[in-house]
Design a protein around this ligand. Sequence first.
Ligand SMILES: [Zn+2]
Length: 74
Amino acid sequence: MAKKEVRTCFNCSEHMPPETEHFIIDGDPYCKGCVEVREYTACQYYLAGDFMGDSENDDRVDHIQDYDDEYEES
Ligand SMILES: [Zn+2]
């Protein structure tokens, strides 16, 4: 019988089956219980009317909703 690989939280080792809301931080999966989500209002910066950037330019974290999770266990 093949070894069963299951996805677990990198922080607390909780099993995260397919279709589970979770986070990917620096390439490692984390469960919903370990990651605190703080909502905030992003700022956008304009210089003389031209958009220069915003405060949401951190792409280290992916927030995957359960309905977007396409992970499959073998
Ligand atoms: Zn966890």
